[in-house]
Structure formats: structure tokens, C-alpha cells
Ligand binder design. Sequence first.
Ligand code: 9Z3
Length: 316
Amino acid sequence: MDSRNGSETSQESDVKSFFRSAPPLQNGDLISANLRQFVDRNSRRLESGDPIKVVCVTSGGTTVPLEQRCVRYIDNFSSGYRGAASTEYFIKAGYSVIFLYRRGSCQPYCRYLLEDSFLDFFELNEESMIQVPESHATVVKTAIKDYHKAVEEGLLLKISFTTIFEYLQILKMVATSMSCFGQHGMFYLCAAVSDFYVPWESMAKHKIQSAGGPLDMRLNQVPKMLSVLRKEWAPSAFCISFKLETDPDILLQKADMALKKYQMHVVVANELATYKDEVIVVTAGGKTTVRRHGKDQDLEEQLIDLLVKEHKEYIG
Ligand code: 9Z3
């Protein structure tokens, strides 16, 4: 066995042991029933000649629990704004979206609510009836209309996660069930995924006690699932991953590496300090900078526009 085969084997066994030891999903049956219904509905449309496209948008950060009965956890930076905004633009561009999001993070069509209290969007009139103030009426009406349209037409399926264990198990379920869409499937992986975790079997069962003094903890590396997604789960799908760095000097080099190592079709590189204003779209063909035009604009609008074009070319 050469060393390359050797390392592939150890990676495969890391992936297997991750899934084997992960605590089973609490609502796995419900997720799989909803997923089946969504995939059936969309694959019937594809078979009937409707050139639909389906994207799985991942959004928000995964947590790493430190205790099985979890009081403390390590979190990853992400509000879920990018995923929620991108979902809206994908639906506008004709895609059906599986929105795999961190519980409590931003949601499509009401992504401003995390900062603006939803109470600001309503007021009571003299008869104590709830009404929307004139200043917010257009935004609220459009959001309600677009959201209900997306759900009723079967264009939006929302599935939530919190931990890295939930996220990767659900991503695997989604990816294997989306493989029937072939090249019409897309993965837009902007969730901030933990690189390190505590394996379930070596995790403290109860709340870690402070009486024992300083805490030493060893974290294992989360197996790189991007290669498994590309090679096994959904080999024909168009895959976009995100690379976040704080050091601009290594960003593009890391993005290039992810493109090659995980065989991504696109890597979107962004820097923490500027990620809302600028991203660099890296493909085998070159690099394109996408900048938002103004403070009231979403960078995601132009980004999705570009990615939809890349996907179209890929489908040929
Ligand atoms: C991103 O880089 C996203 O653009 C942000 C979006 C998390 C910055 P917000 O949700 O932020 O709008 O607040 N996501 C990917 C982050 C990540 O964990 N990438 C991994 C890496 O860089 C690869 S999967 O190593």
C-alpha cells in the first residue's frame, strides 16, 4: 500500500468513526420524511422536463459540546445573514432551496429581525388591532408574500442543526438524497463549521466541575467531509465552499488549496474584517472580486448572480 492510499484509508476510517460515535439525531425520521417529500416533488418536476435546479444552502455556525448534558460549548462565528440572504436570491433565480441552518440564526425573508425587534414592525391601533406602520408596510408585505409563495410552491425546505454532530449527519442525508438531481444539484456551504471537536465517547457526561482547577482538554480534528461530499455523497453536484481567514496574506493561498484538495468547483474567499463588503470568487479559471455597491445593498445579490452563471455553464 503506498502512502497516498494509506492516508486515504485513515481519512475514510476517521469519517466512519465520526458517524459511528455521533449521538443519533433526535428528529431523524421527521427530517428524512420532509426531505423525501421535497426531493420527490422537485425530481418529478425535473422528470417532466422542467429544468429546475436545487441548492442546499448551509448557514450559521456549528457548536462543539464539551459535555454530553451540555452546559458549555465552543461556537463558530456566523450570524447566518449570508445564508439567509443567499437563499432569497437563489429562490428569485428559480432554484429550490434546502436551507440547513443553525437554530436561532437569521432566516430568509426576515433576516433583519435579529437586530430589529419584530415588535418594531407592528403597532396597535385604537381598537387594539395589530397593524403594520406605513413606514414598514412594503417590506413586511413583500416578505410575507415571498415567504409563503416559496413554501407553498415547495421551493423552500428548512432544516435546523446546533452541534457539529447534527450538522454533518444531516448534511450527509441531504447530499445523498440530492444525488438524484445530478448536475442540477448545488451545494453552497457558507456555514461556519468547527475544525475541532470532542468525540462523544470521550466527552464528560455531566457538567465539568471547576473545583478540580484548570481544565486541560484535547480536541480531535473534524474529518474533512468536503472530499466525501464530492466523491461519494453527491459526485455530480456543483460545489461551492467558503474560506474565512483573518490574515489576508494567507487567504487566497488557502482558498486555492481548498479548490484543489477538495475538488470544489468554486471557493468563495472572505476576510473577517471585510466579509460583508467584499469576497473573492476563486475557480480553476481565475479569480473575480465581488463588492457590494452600497450600505443598503446585499453583496449576496451579485454573488448569487455570478454563481448561477457558473452553474449554468457547468450543466452545459
Ligand atoms: C463564511 O466564510 C461566511 O461567509 C461567513 C458569513 C461565516 C463569514 P454571516 O453568517 O457570516 O453572514 O455572519 N463561511 C465559511 C466559514 C468556514 O467555516 N469555512 C471553513 C474554513 O474556512 C471551510 S468549510 O476553513
